[in-house]
Design a protein around this ligand. Structure first.
Ligand code: MN
Length: 254
């Protein structure tokens, strides 16, 4: 039962006074995303997932050379370095990345950087899809309603995401998350951190992540990060974002 409905129903029954301070506190505690389904099955966790489309599929918005270098060299390096790190940490190697992220401070910076890099990129490739129409893709259904409720409309949402991306100094990611209060929120993380990490200032279940490292756009857009962010809305895979929104809502109930 929703907290509000619960309070309304016990209020209507005149039982509010018997609810003691302890249980009120427990009800107001925010549920944590401590049961996140793994993005990568444990058996495949330390291998580079293949791109599900060709390097040139996102042209002209994201060029083929950038995709090739980004996937085959940058992402590949995160996987190789994570493997190197995990080969000396047998206990960590038995855990999902999500479990490791939930206790991130316990692990070496190399696991944070390379585990984050592997997770974030594995997610990022799924969040993009081919679109040669020059018309930006758009969300539908419940996700569209939630975005409009939280951010007024899609244009304003994109503007806020782009600001999160351009406002991130140096390297990092812009995120749309479902936070522990069940609300959509926009923020950013530095380096290869992500909102599942216990050490992150910005937390939630990631629905959409946009890579704003220079390696994601420099060949085509050079220093113009804002132009890359404008273009990326042409190739967002909203079906994947909607799928994650549903997952996030299910997780919150656990
Ligand atoms: Mn990247």
């Amino acid at each position: 039962m929703e907290k509000r409905n619960f309070l309304k129903s016990i209020g209507a029954l005149g039982l509010f006074s018997i609810v003691n301070k302890t249980s009120l506190k427990a009800m107001s505690a925010e549920p944590a995303f401590n049961m996140v389904e793994p993005l990568l099955p444990l058996a495949d966790q330390y291998t580079l997932p293949p791109l599900e489309y060709s390097f040139d599929a996102l042209e002209p918005h994201i060029d083929a050379k950038t995709m090739e270098i980004h996937h085959d060299r940058h992402h590949s390096a995160y996987v190789a370095n994570l493997n190197k790190e995990m080969s000396t940490n047998a206990a960590a190697a038995k855990l999902t990345l999500e479990t490791i992220f939930a206790s991130m401070a316990k692990y070496a910076p190399a696991i944070r950087n390379n585990g984050g890099g592997h997770y974030n990129h594995s997610l990022f490739w799924k969040l993009l899809k081919a679109n040669t129409t020059m018309t930006a893709t758009a969300p539908g259904g419940e996700l569209a309603t939630a975005i409009n409720t939280a951010f007024k409309d899609l244009a304003n949402f994109k503007d806020l995401m782009n600001k999160a991306g351009t406002g991130r100094f140096g390297s990092g990611w812009a995120w749309l998350v479902l936070n522990a209060s069940g609300k959509l929120a926009i923020g950013s993380t530095p380096n290869q951190d992500n909102p599942l990490m216990s050490v992150s200032d910005f937390k939630g279940y990631p629905l959409l992540g946009i890579d704003v490292w220079e390696h994601a756009y420099y060949l085509k857009y050079q220093n113009k990060r804002a132009d890359y962010l404008t273009a990326i809305w042409n190739v967002i895979n909203w079906d994947e974002v909607a799928k994650r929104y549903k997952e996030g809502k299910m997780m919150k109930k656990k």
